[in-house]
Design a protein around this ligand. Structure first.
Ligand code: PMP
Ligand code: GLU
Length: 404
Protein backbone atom coordinates (compact mmCIF):
# COMPACT_ATOMS: atom_id res chain seq x y z
CA UNK A 1 0.00 0.00 0.00
CA UNK A 2 2.75 2.43 1.00
CA UNK A 3 4.74 1.53 -2.11
CA UNK A 4 1.67 2.24 -4.19
CA UNK A 5 1.27 5.67 -2.60
CA UNK A 6 4.89 6.56 -3.28
CA UNK A 7 4.69 5.28 -6.84
CA UNK A 8 1.52 7.22 -7.64
CA UNK A 9 3.16 10.45 -6.51
CA UNK A 10 5.69 9.86 -9.28
CA UNK A 11 2.94 10.22 -11.85
CA UNK A 12 2.92 13.45 -13.84
CA UNK A 13 0.72 16.32 -12.69
CA UNK A 14 -0.85 16.05 -16.12
CA UNK A 15 -2.23 12.56 -15.57
CA UNK A 16 -3.11 13.22 -11.92
CA UNK A 17 -5.22 16.21 -12.99
CA UNK A 18 -7.13 14.20 -15.54
CA UNK A 19 -10.38 12.43 -14.68
CA UNK A 20 -11.01 8.87 -15.82
CA UNK A 21 -13.61 8.70 -18.62
CA UNK A 22 -16.98 8.38 -16.83
CA UNK A 23 -18.56 6.47 -19.72
CA UNK A 24 -15.80 3.90 -19.80
CA UNK A 25 -15.74 3.69 -15.98
CA UNK A 26 -19.49 3.00 -15.78
CA UNK A 27 -19.27 0.38 -18.55
CA UNK A 28 -16.55 -1.36 -16.52
CA UNK A 29 -18.63 -1.21 -13.30
CA UNK A 30 -21.50 -2.82 -15.23
CA UNK A 31 -19.20 -5.61 -16.47
CA UNK A 32 -17.87 -6.15 -12.92
CA UNK A 33 -21.39 -6.48 -11.54
CA UNK A 34 -22.36 -8.85 -14.35
CA UNK A 35 -19.25 -10.95 -13.59
CA UNK A 36 -20.65 -11.40 -10.05
CA UNK A 37 -23.71 -13.04 -11.59
CA UNK A 38 -26.16 -10.12 -11.73
CA UNK A 39 -28.17 -9.62 -14.88
CA UNK A 40 -27.10 -6.08 -15.71
CA UNK A 41 -28.60 -4.05 -18.54
CA UNK A 42 -25.95 -1.72 -19.83
CA UNK A 43 -27.20 1.64 -21.08
CA UNK A 44 -23.92 3.35 -20.29
CA UNK A 45 -21.64 3.19 -23.29
CA UNK A 46 -22.47 5.06 -26.47
CA UNK A 47 -21.92 2.18 -28.83
CA UNK A 48 -24.32 0.96 -31.54
CA UNK A 49 -25.39 -2.62 -30.86
CA UNK A 50 -25.50 -3.43 -34.59
CA UNK A 51 -22.71 -5.34 -36.27
CA UNK A 52 -20.65 -3.52 -38.91
CA UNK A 53 -22.49 -3.91 -42.24
CA UNK A 54 -21.36 -7.06 -44.09
CA UNK A 55 -20.11 -5.33 -47.24
CA UNK A 56 -17.67 -3.27 -45.13
CA UNK A 57 -16.34 -6.35 -43.36
CA UNK A 58 -15.92 -8.07 -46.73
CA UNK A 59 -13.89 -5.10 -48.00
CA UNK A 60 -11.56 -5.41 -44.98
CA UNK A 61 -11.10 -9.15 -45.57
CA UNK A 62 -10.30 -8.49 -49.22
CA UNK A 63 -7.80 -5.79 -48.26
CA UNK A 64 -6.08 -8.21 -45.86
CA UNK A 65 -5.82 -10.81 -48.61
CA UNK A 66 -4.40 -8.18 -50.94
CA UNK A 67 -1.61 -7.44 -48.45
CA UNK A 68 -2.80 -4.20 -46.82
CA UNK A 69 -0.96 -5.13 -43.65
CA UNK A 70 1.79 -2.52 -43.56
CA UNK A 71 2.37 0.99 -42.29
CA UNK A 72 0.30 3.64 -44.03
CA UNK A 73 1.07 7.32 -44.62
CA UNK A 74 0.58 9.12 -41.27
CA UNK A 75 -2.47 11.16 -42.39
CA UNK A 76 -4.10 8.14 -44.04
CA UNK A 77 -4.16 6.24 -47.33
CA UNK A 78 -4.68 8.53 -50.29
CA UNK A 79 -7.61 6.34 -51.35
CA UNK A 80 -9.38 6.95 -48.04
CA UNK A 81 -8.60 10.67 -47.98
CA UNK A 82 -10.03 10.96 -51.50
CA UNK A 83 -13.19 9.17 -50.36
CA UNK A 84 -13.45 11.54 -47.37
CA UNK A 85 -12.94 14.52 -49.69
CA UNK A 86 -15.86 13.26 -51.83
CA UNK A 87 -17.98 12.67 -48.72
CA UNK A 88 -17.31 16.17 -47.35
CA UNK A 89 -18.41 17.69 -50.65
CA UNK A 90 -21.39 15.36 -51.11
CA UNK A 91 -22.83 15.48 -47.60
CA UNK A 92 -21.54 18.71 -46.08
CA UNK A 93 -20.80 21.14 -48.89
CA UNK A 94 -17.23 21.37 -47.61
CA UNK A 95 -14.25 21.70 -49.95
CA UNK A 96 -11.03 20.16 -48.71
CA UNK A 97 -7.86 19.32 -50.53
CA UNK A 98 -6.63 15.87 -49.52
CA UNK A 99 -3.70 17.43 -47.68
CA UNK A 100 -6.25 19.09 -45.40
CA UNK A 101 -7.58 15.70 -44.29
CA UNK A 102 -6.02 13.62 -41.50
CA UNK A 103 -7.25 10.14 -40.61
CA UNK A 104 -6.70 8.99 -37.02
CA UNK A 105 -7.35 6.07 -34.68
CA UNK A 106 -10.84 7.30 -33.85
CA UNK A 107 -12.44 10.73 -33.67
CA UNK A 108 -11.22 10.86 -30.06
CA UNK A 109 -7.65 10.96 -31.32
CA UNK A 110 -8.62 13.47 -34.02
CA UNK A 111 -9.95 15.84 -31.34
CA UNK A 112 -6.91 15.25 -29.11
CA UNK A 113 -4.58 16.04 -32.03
CA UNK A 114 -6.29 19.36 -32.71
CA UNK A 115 -6.45 20.44 -29.05
CA UNK A 116 -2.82 19.49 -28.41
CA UNK A 117 -1.80 21.31 -31.56
CA UNK A 118 -3.55 24.57 -30.69
CA UNK A 119 -3.63 24.96 -26.92
CA UNK A 120 -0.90 26.38 -24.72
CA UNK A 121 -0.97 26.85 -20.96
CA UNK A 122 -4.01 28.88 -19.83
CA UNK A 123 -5.53 29.17 -23.29
CA UNK A 124 -9.30 28.92 -23.07
CA UNK A 125 -11.58 26.51 -24.90
CA UNK A 126 -15.26 27.41 -24.95
CA UNK A 127 -17.21 24.16 -24.72
CA UNK A 128 -20.95 24.08 -25.31
CA UNK A 129 -22.42 22.19 -22.37
CA UNK A 130 -23.74 19.52 -21.83
CA UNK A 131 -20.69 18.19 -23.63
CA UNK A 132 -19.02 14.88 -24.35
CA UNK A 133 -16.90 13.70 -21.39
CA UNK A 134 -13.53 13.73 -23.10
CA UNK A 135 -13.57 17.35 -24.29
CA UNK A 136 -12.78 19.02 -20.97
CA UNK A 137 -10.20 16.39 -19.98
CA UNK A 138 -8.35 16.72 -23.29
CA UNK A 139 -8.22 20.50 -22.79
CA UNK A 140 -6.77 19.96 -19.31
CA UNK A 141 -4.25 17.51 -20.76
CA UNK A 142 -3.07 20.35 -23.01
CA UNK A 143 -2.79 22.68 -19.93
CA UNK A 144 -5.70 24.73 -21.24
CA UNK A 145 -8.80 25.93 -19.44
CA UNK A 146 -12.22 24.50 -20.34
CA UNK A 147 -14.85 27.27 -20.25
CA UNK A 148 -18.23 25.60 -20.03
CA UNK A 149 -21.20 27.49 -21.42
CA UNK A 150 -24.32 25.74 -20.27
CA UNK A 151 -27.82 25.22 -21.60
CA UNK A 152 -30.34 23.29 -19.54
CA UNK A 153 -33.38 21.29 -20.55
CA UNK A 154 -35.59 24.40 -20.85
CA UNK A 155 -33.27 25.56 -23.66
CA UNK A 156 -33.43 22.11 -25.22
CA UNK A 157 -29.78 21.85 -24.11
CA UNK A 158 -28.73 24.23 -26.88
CA UNK A 159 -26.44 27.16 -26.11
CA UNK A 160 -27.32 30.46 -27.79
CA UNK A 161 -24.96 32.63 -29.82
CA UNK A 162 -25.34 35.36 -27.16
CA UNK A 163 -24.10 32.97 -24.48
CA UNK A 164 -21.13 32.04 -26.67
CA UNK A 165 -20.30 35.68 -27.23
CA UNK A 166 -20.41 36.41 -23.50
CA UNK A 167 -17.93 33.60 -22.79
CA UNK A 168 -15.27 34.73 -25.26
CA UNK A 169 -12.14 36.44 -23.95
CA UNK A 170 -8.88 37.36 -25.64
CA UNK A 171 -7.52 34.00 -24.44
CA UNK A 172 -10.20 31.97 -26.22
CA UNK A 173 -8.58 29.80 -28.89
CA UNK A 174 -11.22 27.15 -29.63
CA UNK A 175 -14.99 26.72 -29.67
CA UNK A 176 -15.82 23.02 -29.30
CA UNK A 177 -19.16 21.25 -29.58
CA UNK A 178 -21.00 18.27 -31.07
CA UNK A 179 -24.21 18.32 -33.09
CA UNK A 180 -26.06 15.97 -32.98
CA UNK A 181 -24.91 16.21 -29.40
CA UNK A 182 -23.58 13.58 -27.07
CA UNK A 183 -25.02 13.45 -24.35
CA UNK A 184 -28.28 15.28 -25.11
CA UNK A 185 -29.18 14.25 -28.66
CA UNK A 186 -29.90 17.90 -29.44
CA UNK A 187 -29.33 19.05 -33.01
CA UNK A 188 -28.42 22.68 -33.62
CA UNK A 189 -30.61 24.14 -36.39
CA UNK A 190 -29.15 26.01 -39.35
CA UNK A 191 -30.06 29.46 -37.99
CA UNK A 192 -28.61 28.61 -34.57
CA UNK A 193 -25.33 27.51 -36.15
CA UNK A 194 -25.30 30.58 -38.38
CA UNK A 195 -25.69 32.87 -35.36
CA UNK A 196 -22.77 31.11 -33.61
CA UNK A 197 -20.66 31.33 -36.79
CA UNK A 198 -21.37 35.08 -36.96
CA UNK A 199 -20.07 35.49 -33.41
CA UNK A 200 -16.90 33.47 -34.06
CA UNK A 201 -16.25 35.29 -37.33
CA UNK A 202 -15.62 38.45 -35.30
CA UNK A 203 -12.75 36.81 -33.37
CA UNK A 204 -10.02 35.74 -35.72
CA UNK A 205 -7.94 33.91 -33.08
CA UNK A 206 -10.70 31.32 -32.57
CA UNK A 207 -10.84 27.94 -34.33
CA UNK A 208 -14.11 26.00 -34.30
CA UNK A 209 -13.95 22.26 -33.68
CA UNK A 210 -17.24 20.85 -34.93
CA UNK A 211 -17.67 17.23 -33.86
CA UNK A 212 -20.10 15.68 -36.32
CA UNK A 213 -19.65 12.01 -35.46
CA UNK A 214 -23.42 11.53 -35.08
CA UNK A 215 -24.14 13.12 -38.47
CA UNK A 216 -25.90 10.05 -39.85
CA UNK A 217 -28.06 9.60 -36.74
CA UNK A 218 -30.20 12.68 -37.25
CA UNK A 219 -33.99 12.41 -37.01
CA UNK A 220 -34.87 15.92 -38.19
CA UNK A 221 -33.50 16.15 -41.66
CA UNK A 222 -30.40 17.34 -43.35
CA UNK A 223 -27.24 17.65 -41.31
CA UNK A 224 -25.70 21.12 -41.35
CA UNK A 225 -21.94 21.64 -40.95
CA UNK A 226 -20.97 24.94 -39.38
CA UNK A 227 -17.80 24.89 -41.52
CA UNK A 228 -19.95 25.40 -44.62
CA UNK A 229 -20.70 29.00 -43.61
CA UNK A 230 -18.50 31.29 -45.68
CA UNK A 231 -17.36 33.47 -42.76
CA UNK A 232 -15.89 30.58 -40.72
CA UNK A 233 -15.00 28.04 -43.39
CA UNK A 234 -11.28 28.79 -43.15
CA UNK A 235 -11.32 28.47 -39.35
CA UNK A 236 -13.33 25.33 -38.81
CA UNK A 237 -12.07 21.82 -38.14
CA UNK A 238 -14.78 19.32 -39.01
CA UNK A 239 -14.42 16.07 -37.09
CA UNK A 240 -16.11 12.86 -38.11
CA UNK A 241 -15.55 9.11 -37.94
CA UNK A 242 -16.86 5.65 -38.62
CA UNK A 243 -17.80 4.50 -35.10
CA UNK A 244 -21.42 5.64 -34.97
CA UNK A 245 -22.86 5.97 -38.49
CA UNK A 246 -21.30 2.73 -39.73
CA UNK A 247 -21.23 0.90 -36.38
CA UNK A 248 -17.45 0.55 -36.53
CA UNK A 249 -16.47 1.45 -32.95
CA UNK A 250 -13.79 -1.24 -32.67
CA UNK A 251 -12.14 -0.34 -35.96
CA UNK A 252 -10.81 2.91 -34.47
CA UNK A 253 -11.12 5.26 -37.40
CA UNK A 254 -11.86 8.98 -37.30
CA UNK A 255 -10.83 11.98 -39.36
CA UNK A 256 -10.70 15.73 -39.71
CA UNK A 257 -11.01 18.21 -42.54
CA UNK A 258 -9.09 21.31 -41.41
CA UNK A 259 -7.19 24.40 -42.47
CA UNK A 260 -3.89 23.12 -43.89
CA UNK A 261 -1.74 24.54 -41.10
CA UNK A 262 -3.82 22.61 -38.52
CA UNK A 263 -3.84 19.43 -40.61
CA UNK A 264 -0.02 19.68 -40.89
CA UNK A 265 0.28 20.07 -37.10
CA UNK A 266 -1.97 17.04 -36.49
CA UNK A 267 0.04 15.03 -38.98
CA UNK A 268 3.24 15.96 -37.11
CA UNK A 269 1.66 15.15 -33.73
CA UNK A 270 0.33 11.80 -34.91
CA UNK A 271 3.65 10.97 -36.58
CA UNK A 272 5.25 10.96 -33.14
CA UNK A 273 2.43 9.29 -31.21
CA UNK A 274 0.69 6.61 -33.25
CA UNK A 275 1.48 6.94 -36.99
CA UNK A 276 -1.19 6.06 -39.55
CA UNK A 277 -4.31 4.06 -38.72
CA UNK A 278 -4.68 0.36 -39.58
CA UNK A 279 -4.16 -0.30 -43.30
CA UNK A 280 -6.94 -2.81 -44.06
CA UNK A 281 -9.43 -0.87 -41.94
CA UNK A 282 -8.77 2.25 -43.99
CA UNK A 283 -9.41 0.36 -47.23
CA UNK A 284 -12.77 -0.84 -45.89
CA UNK A 285 -13.61 2.65 -44.60
CA UNK A 286 -13.01 4.16 -48.05
CA UNK A 287 -15.36 1.55 -49.46
CA UNK A 288 -17.96 2.29 -46.76
CA UNK A 289 -18.07 6.01 -47.58
CA UNK A 290 -18.60 5.50 -51.28
CA UNK A 291 -20.95 2.51 -51.26
CA UNK A 292 -24.64 2.03 -50.51
CA UNK A 293 -25.63 3.82 -47.31
CA UNK A 294 -28.84 1.81 -46.79
CA UNK A 295 -27.50 -0.05 -43.71
CA UNK A 296 -26.69 3.29 -42.03
CA UNK A 297 -30.19 4.61 -42.72
CA UNK A 298 -31.70 1.39 -41.40
CA UNK A 299 -29.75 1.80 -38.17
CA UNK A 300 -30.90 5.42 -37.92
CA UNK A 301 -34.52 4.32 -38.36
CA UNK A 302 -34.12 1.69 -35.65
CA UNK A 303 -32.65 4.31 -33.31
CA UNK A 304 -35.59 6.62 -33.99
CA UNK A 305 -38.04 3.85 -33.11
CA UNK A 306 -36.17 3.20 -29.88
CA UNK A 307 -36.02 6.88 -29.03
CA UNK A 308 -39.80 7.07 -29.24
CA UNK A 309 -40.15 3.94 -27.14
CA UNK A 310 -37.77 5.23 -24.46
CA UNK A 311 -39.49 8.62 -24.34
CA UNK A 312 -42.89 6.98 -23.99
CA UNK A 313 -41.71 4.68 -21.19
CA UNK A 314 -39.60 7.23 -19.33
CA UNK A 315 -42.33 9.84 -19.38
CA UNK A 316 -44.46 7.41 -17.36
CA UNK A 317 -41.89 7.31 -14.55
CA UNK A 318 -42.87 10.01 -12.03
CA UNK A 319 -40.00 12.40 -11.35
CA UNK A 320 -38.31 12.28 -14.76
CA UNK A 321 -38.21 15.42 -16.88
CA UNK A 322 -37.36 14.72 -20.52
CA UNK A 323 -37.08 16.62 -23.77
CA UNK A 324 -37.16 15.17 -27.26
CA UNK A 325 -33.69 14.41 -28.61
CA UNK A 326 -33.39 14.94 -32.36
CA UNK A 327 -30.38 12.76 -33.04
CA UNK A 328 -27.62 10.47 -31.68
CA UNK A 329 -28.84 7.63 -29.41
CA UNK A 330 -29.13 9.17 -25.98
CA UNK A 331 -31.85 10.57 -23.74
CA UNK A 332 -30.77 12.96 -21.03
CA UNK A 333 -33.48 13.31 -18.39
CA UNK A 334 -33.36 15.79 -15.55
CA UNK A 335 -33.72 13.67 -12.41
CA UNK A 336 -33.16 16.38 -9.81
CA UNK A 337 -36.64 15.75 -8.33
CA UNK A 338 -35.13 12.68 -6.63
CA UNK A 339 -32.41 14.62 -4.81
CA UNK A 340 -32.76 14.35 -1.05
CA UNK A 341 -34.90 11.20 -1.30
CA UNK A 342 -34.03 7.84 0.21
CA UNK A 343 -35.12 4.18 0.04
CA UNK A 344 -34.34 3.86 3.76
CA UNK A 345 -30.75 2.73 3.16
CA UNK A 346 -29.31 5.08 0.60
CA UNK A 347 -29.97 8.77 0.05
CA UNK A 348 -29.76 10.18 -3.44
CA UNK A 349 -28.14 13.60 -3.10
CA UNK A 350 -26.96 14.15 -6.66
CA UNK A 351 -26.81 12.61 -10.14
CA UNK A 352 -23.75 10.49 -9.24
CA UNK A 353 -25.75 8.97 -6.36
CA UNK A 354 -28.74 8.43 -8.64
CA UNK A 355 -26.65 6.49 -11.21
CA UNK A 356 -25.12 4.44 -8.39
CA UNK A 357 -28.53 3.75 -6.85
CA UNK A 358 -29.91 2.62 -10.20
CA UNK A 359 -26.91 0.39 -10.88
CA UNK A 360 -27.20 -1.40 -7.55
CA UNK A 361 -30.99 -1.46 -7.17
CA UNK A 362 -32.20 -1.83 -10.75
CA UNK A 363 -29.04 -3.38 -12.20
CA UNK A 364 -29.14 -0.89 -15.02
CA UNK A 365 -26.00 1.06 -15.94
CA UNK A 366 -26.50 4.72 -16.88
CA UNK A 367 -24.02 7.59 -16.72
CA UNK A 368 -24.16 10.55 -14.34
CA UNK A 369 -24.75 13.92 -15.98
CA UNK A 370 -21.99 15.48 -13.87
CA UNK A 371 -19.47 13.91 -16.27
CA UNK A 372 -21.08 15.90 -19.08
CA UNK A 373 -21.38 19.19 -17.20
CA UNK A 374 -25.03 18.69 -16.14
CA UNK A 375 -25.39 17.97 -12.42
CA UNK A 376 -29.18 17.44 -12.55
CA UNK A 377 -29.18 14.83 -15.30
CA UNK A 378 -28.28 11.28 -16.25
CA UNK A 379 -27.57 9.80 -19.67
CA UNK A 380 -29.26 6.70 -21.07
CA UNK A 381 -27.82 5.23 -24.25
CA UNK A 382 -30.64 3.48 -26.11
CA UNK A 383 -28.28 1.66 -28.47
CA UNK A 384 -29.68 -1.67 -27.33
CA UNK A 385 -32.67 -3.91 -28.08
CA UNK A 386 -36.25 -2.79 -27.47
CA UNK A 387 -36.70 -5.74 -25.14
CA UNK A 388 -33.77 -4.65 -22.97
CA UNK A 389 -34.97 -1.05 -23.02
CA UNK A 390 -38.44 -2.06 -21.81
CA UNK A 391 -36.99 -4.20 -19.04
CA UNK A 392 -34.46 -1.54 -18.02
CA UNK A 393 -37.02 1.24 -17.69
CA UNK A 394 -39.44 -1.01 -15.84
CA UNK A 395 -36.71 -1.80 -13.31
CA UNK A 396 -35.70 1.86 -13.06
CA UNK A 397 -39.33 2.82 -12.45
CA UNK A 398 -39.61 0.25 -9.64
CA UNK A 399 -36.36 1.43 -8.01
CA UNK A 400 -37.42 5.09 -8.27
CA UNK A 401 -40.79 4.33 -6.69
CA UNK A 402 -38.92 3.32 -3.50
CA UNK A 403 -37.32 6.74 -3.19
CA UNK A 404 -39.37 8.78 -0.73
N1 PMP B 1 -17.14 12.50 -30.23
C1 PMP B 1 -18.29 12.15 -29.63
C2 PMP B 1 -19.33 13.19 -29.41
C3 PMP B 1 -18.49 10.83 -29.21
O1 PMP B 1 -19.62 10.48 -28.62
C4 PMP B 1 -17.47 9.89 -29.41
C5 PMP B 1 -17.74 8.51 -28.87
N2 PMP B 1 -17.01 7.53 -29.13
C6 PMP B 1 -16.29 10.30 -30.05
C7 PMP B 1 -16.17 11.62 -30.44
C8 PMP B 1 -15.15 9.40 -30.31
O2 PMP B 1 -15.42 8.46 -31.28
P1 PMP B 1 -14.35 7.43 -31.82
O3 PMP B 1 -14.89 6.08 -31.51
O4 PMP B 1 -14.27 7.68 -33.31
O5 PMP B 1 -13.04 7.71 -31.16
N1 GLU C 1 -18.52 8.06 -27.07
C1 GLU C 1 -19.07 6.95 -26.37
C2 GLU C 1 -19.80 7.43 -25.14
O1 GLU C 1 -19.96 8.61 -24.95
C3 GLU C 1 -18.06 5.87 -26.14
C4 GLU C 1 -17.26 5.93 -24.88
C5 GLU C 1 -16.13 6.87 -24.93
O2 GLU C 1 -15.36 6.81 -25.91
O3 GLU C 1 -16.05 7.69 -24.03
O4 GLU C 1 -20.26 6.62 -24.39
Amino acid sequence: MEMELVASSLLSRRIQRMEESATIKMAQQARDLAAKGFEVIDLSLGEPDFDTPAHIKEAAKKALDEGFTKYTPVPGLVELRKAIQTKFKRDNNLDFDINQIVVSNGAKQSIANVILSLIDEDDEVVILSPYWVSYAELVKLADGIPVLVHADIEQDYKVSAEQVEAAITDRTKILLFSSPCNPTGSVYAEDELKAIADVIAKHEQITIISDEIYEYINFVGKHISIGAFENVKDRTVTVNGFSKGFSMTGWRLGYIGAPKWIADACNKMQGQITSGATAFGQKAAAYALLSDMTPSWEMRDAFLKRRDLVLELVSKVPGFKVNKPEGAFYVFPDISSFFGKSDGNFTVNNADDFAEYILHNAHVAIVTGSAFGADNCVRFSYATSEEKLRKAIERIGAACAKLK
